[in-house]
Ligand binder design. Structure first.
Ligand code: NAD
Length: 487
């Protein structure tokens, strides 16, 4: 073939099979199981994040025009703290856990041994493309696995930077990045993995789960949904409003899985809340928010059109009480508030994932519970109140991946809490030790001695042996003695 006739390398099922084969070989060699290897990889990832911070920020800004503040706080700092925790705790996480054995196995001891699953596929989303790609890799590597990471093609600068940096800093015989979109992901999904971790929407979540089912591969599905915010009138309105705003528009301009999707408040309190939101929004983003540098843009024109369709729906277009401006060229949409939108409108039936915030009103605040419970279980649920009883009732009655009272999204930053969904919002959880556990098999181990070899368990079975076993299992000492005498 002529030298100028270069063919682009295709990542097809054959290429995917060859990656899997190589990783299986690495895993079989046992090298990823050692504490030293795991620590060295986590340290390399930390060094990579520190050394190349500027490139990471540049890529995130190119993909989403993410403000540097957000790049640092929500992507780099969160990843670094997950790495620091894993490095500090790994020895303890890897230790086998002694557990109480049973009377039926006396004398014996029992323990739970965490062992790596093998080869892990991580498919990640575009909205926090650095953190969401590497955070599951931390758990997979800490647990001693090999990994393929498939970043999102919708954040191309971060995807190609990840491919470059991971190749440079980490053990490429065990940790690989495969870039690509649907065809490449499909080729990867045809292979047999030991676990697939997918972050993204529920429609693709179903595709991933169906592909995994063919090989009986377990899945960790980090999905999304409509996360509600209930705002009671008994609260510090300024603090609540500021936290809602930074959680919505400061958090990637609403393009976050645990972003406030809609607010529920009482009819009486709604005007006060709307005024406070308008006031604080202006303080944060100025009189012309479309010009603000402190908000990410919409990721691409497809998502821009999806969001404008939600706004232009005739069921809600007259419900916009703040914002509504958009610019197709810069892919910007101003922070937009809608009041009393119909519950069956598009904006209330689809996950918004953008800068639009509908407010629904109820007669009394407790009515919000039924409204939330009538919908699919969300990834997060929020409540702002000083009312202790309301907080207790909310925690007791509302099912969600996580609940955060009097703030937005911060439960995600607590590594002792699992992060994951329930029902439509996901399957499984990770973060901190939960990440290690998510990518480990918990092997049950029982150590017996040759003592205590009870003849009652062996054939020929007799009524006397059965009586003795029943007495033993009921733990009745007198029954055991009686049964022994009657053997
Ligand atoms: P996306 O478009 O980046 O897709 C996610 C991944 O799926 C990508 O790597 C993509 O290549 C792959 N993919 C897309 N179509 C596919 C197909 N047909 N077959 C196989 N793979 C395919 O991200 P998205 O879905 O737009 O992400 C937004 C959604 O993700 C929202 O619902 C959000 O709530 C959710 N999310 C959840 C979390 C979480 O931690 N729970 C975090 C971020 C986003």
């Amino acid at each position: 073939m002529a030298s100028g006739d270069e063919k682009k390398e295709v990542f097809d099922a054959e290429a995917a099979a060859s990656v899997v084969k190589e990783l299986r070989g690495t895993f079989a060699s046992g090298k990823t199981r050692s504490y030293e290897w795991r620590v060295s990889q986590l340290k390399s990832m930390l060094k990579m994040t520190e050394d190349r911070e500027k490139e990471i920020v540049d890529a995130l800004r190119s993909d989403l025009s993410k403000p540097e503040h957000e790049c640092f706080v929500y992507e780099i700092a969160l990843l670094k703290s997950a790495l620091t925790l894993a490095l500090k705790e790994l020895k303890r996480w890897m230790m086998s856990e002694r557990v109480k054995a049973s009377i039926t196995t006396f004398p014996s001891s029992a323990e739970i041994v965490s062992e790596p699953l093998g080869i892990i596929l991580v498919i990640s989303a575009w909205n926090y493309p650095f953190l969401l790609s590497l955070d599951p890799v931390i758990g997979a590597v800490a647990a001693g696995n090999t990994v393929v990471l498939k970043p999102s093609e919708i954040a191309p600068a971060t995807s190609s930077l990840l491919a470059k940096l991971v190749g440079e800093y980490m053990d490429s015989s065990a940790i690989k990045v495969v870039e690509g979109a649907v065809p490449e992901t499909t080729a990867l999904l045809e292979q047999k993995w030991d676990k697939i971790c997918y972050t993204g929407n529920g429609r693709v979540g179903r595709i991933v789960m169906a592909a995994a089912a063919k090989h009986l591969t377990p899945v960790l599905l980090e999905l999304g949904g409509k996360s509600p915010v209930v705002v009671d009138s008994d609260l510090n309105l300024t603090v609540a409003t500021r936290r809602i705003i930074v959680g919505k528009w400061g958090g990637n301009n609403g393009q976050a899985c645990i972003s406030p999707d809609y607010i529920i408040t009482t009819k009486d309190f709604a005007p006060k809340l709307v005024d406070a939101l308008k006031l604080e929004l202006e303080k944060f983003f100025g009189k012309e928010p479309m010009k603000s540098e402190d908000m990410s843009r919409i990721v691409n024109s497809n998502h821009f059109s999806r969001l404008t369709k939600l706004l232009d729906d005739e069921m809600v277009s007259d419900k916009i009480i703040h914002g509504g401006q958009r610019d197709k060229t810069s892919l910007k949409i101003a922070p937009t508030i809608l009041l009393d939108v119909p519950e069956d409108s598009l904006i209330m039936t689809e996950e918004i994932f953008g800068p639009l915030l509908p407010i629904l009103t109820v007669g009394k605040i407790e009515d919000s519970f039924d409204m939330i419970k009538s919908r699919p279980k969300p990834l997060a649920a929020y409540l702002f109140t000083n009312n202790k009883k309301l907080k207790e009732e909310f925690v007791k009655n509302i099912t969600a991946g996580g609940v955060c009272i009097n703030d937005i999204a911060l439960h995600l930053a607590v590594p002792t809490l699992p992060f994951g969904g329930v029902g439509e919002s996901g399957i499984g959880a990770y973060h901190g030790k939960f990440s290690f556990d998510a990518f480990s098999h918990k092997k049950a181990v029982l150590f017996r001695s040759f003592l205590g070899d009870a003849p009652a368990r062996y054939p020929p079975y007799t009524p006397g042996k059965l009586r003795l076993l029943k007495a033993l299992l009921s733990g009745n000492i007198f029954g055991i003695i009686r049964a022994l005498f009657r053997l």
